[in-house]
Structure formats: structure tokens, C-alpha cells
Design a protein around this ligand. Structure first.
Ligand code: UDP
Length: 236
């Protein structure tokens, strides 16, 4: 597999084309951003850890019937993926009030929701990822009703699978973000799933083991990411 041109550089990852037009290489960086890019930093070793955690989670989801873009991990910081045309809607699954939900509707952080919910946001940096309702999504032609329905149902299933997987590792899945894209007419789960994109709390101590340690300057950032990697992948 030959790595070719850089096609996209985001906040945490770089995408490269390969000699196969259907495949791309996703490179994981150590850079971290928060608050729409206003806060910037480096989390040492994050790229390596997130590549490994994402690999394990994509494999687990794939074994359970979720179609993903993951092909294989190539090395410490790179994975081979199917090339997607990304749907510009971020899907957020939530089990416990935290972050923007707690703030927007006045719930105390840590309150378990009566049932899991799925929210939709516009994947748009200039607009600061605003929340969208279905009518907005159809008006902007970001997804068809059938695609949106499929993304919601898949996100609910992913939530159930991830929740059980993490419980076995004494981690509470508070919330998470996933993205989807089209590949040869099929909707696939894309992007990454890692402590940058999930809120993960230790079930015994309630300690945060995710990017909130960076957002809120809680310290022990690298240690927390390494702890998630240890529980999810074993020693790496
Ligand atoms: N999230 C993400 N990327 C985004 C927005 C949110 O990965 O652009 C994740 C975030 O890490 C958390 C979940 O989605 O696990 C819900 O985030 P929330 O809406 O509470 O926003 P935040 O507090 O991150 O601003």
C-alpha cells in the first residue's frame, strides 16, 4: 500500500490518498483542540493510543454487525480505511448528562438520562457545529430521511455495544460522537472512536478518563488516555 497525497488535515488527524482510489490512510496526531479550536495543546502519545483504541472498537463493532470504514491498522499512528464521502452531520449519543447537554437544558452533570438519546449537529467549524433538527438536515440536504433514520438506529446500536464493552472494563460511557459516510452506495461508520470523542468515567471512582481532562485542565491527561488504552487493548 503506497501513501500518496494529503487530502485533508483536521484538528486531530490527517488523511492521505493511496494507490487504491477506494482506500485512504488516516494518520493520528498528538494535537488536541477544544472550544472550537480556541484552546490548543499536545497530548503526548495521543495519536498512538487513539489509533489503537479506535482499531479495537471498530473491530468489536464490526464483529457485531456495524459496517465501518476500518480496514486495518498499518502502524503506530496510521490506519487504512475505505474512502468515504462524509455526511456533514455529527451524531451524538448520550446516556448521562454532561457537557453541552447539561449546560443547555440545566441538568446536573452526572445525572443518568431516563433513556439514551441521539442528537444531530452540523459538522461545520465556521458555524461552531450548531445543533440541527431533522427539518434543518433535510432543508440543507445534508442527509435523506432514509440516511438519517439509518444513522440514528446505528448510533443507538453502537451505544448499546460500546456501553456493554466499556462496562466490562469498569468504564461508564457517558456520551460519544460518531460520523458516517457513503462508500460505493453504502453508509459506513467513519472517523475514530477514542477518548477524544467519548466521555468515559471510571465506574468505581467516577474519575474522568477522556478529553475533559484537557478541556478543563484536570491534569493526568496522558495517564488517563493510557489507562483507557490499557483497559481496552491490554498493554500497548
Ligand atoms: N464531541 C466530539 N466532537 C465535537 C463535539 C463533541 O467528539 O465536535 C464529543 C465530546 O467529546 C463528547 C460528546 O461528543 O463525548 C458530547 O459533546 P458535547 O455536545 O457535550 O459538547 P462539548 O462539551 O464537547 O462541547
Amino acid at each position: 500500500m503506497e501513501k500518496r497525497d494529503k487530502i485533508y488535515e483536521g484538528k486531530a488527524k490527517i488523511l492521505y490518498t493511496t494507490d487504491d482510489p477506494d482506500l485512504v490512510i488516516q494518520y493520528f496526531k498528538d494535537e488536541a483542540t477544544a472550544f472550537d479550536g480556541k484552546k490548543k495543546g499536545i497530548i503526548e502519545h495521543k495519536g498512538v493510543v487513539n489509533n489503537r483504541i479506535s482499531e479495537r472498537l471498530f473491530l468489536m463493532l464490526g464483529e457485531n454487525g456495524i459496517h465501518t470504514h476500518f480496514v486495518k491498522r498499518l502502524n503506530d499512528r496510521e490506519m487504512l480505511c475505505k474512502r468515504l464521502k462524509i455526511v456533514q452531520v455529527e451524531m451524538i449519543g448520550r446516556n448521562v448528562a454532561a457537557g453541552s447537554l447539561a449546560k443547555r437544558i440545566g441538568l446536573d452533570e452526572g445525572v443518568t438520562l431516563p433513556r439514551p438519546i441521539v442528537e444531530t449537529y452540523y459538522k461545520s467549524d465556521p458555524l461552531g457545529d450548531p445543533m440541527l433538527c431533522d427539518e434543518h438536515i433535510f432543508m440543507l440536504e445534508l442527509a435523506t430521511p432514509a440516511q438519517l433514520e439509518q444513522m440514528r438506529e446505528t448510533t443507538r446500536k453502537i451505544n448499546r455495544l460500546l456501553t456493554d464493552f466499556f462496562v466490562e472494563r469498569r468504564i461508564r460511557l457517558v456520551d460519544f460522537k460518531v460520523e458516517y459516510g457513503m462508500h460505493k452506495g453504502e453508509l459506513l461508520l467513519g472517523d475514530e472512536i477514542c477518548p477524544d470523542t467519548c466521555r468515559l468515567w471510571d465506574m468505581d471512582t467516577s474519575e474522568k478518563l477522556d478529553k475533559d481532562r484537557f478541556r478543563r485542565d484536570l491534569g493526568k491527561i496522558e495517564e488517563s488516555y493510557a489507562e483507557v488504552a490499557r483497559r481496552v487493548c491490554g498493554e500497548i
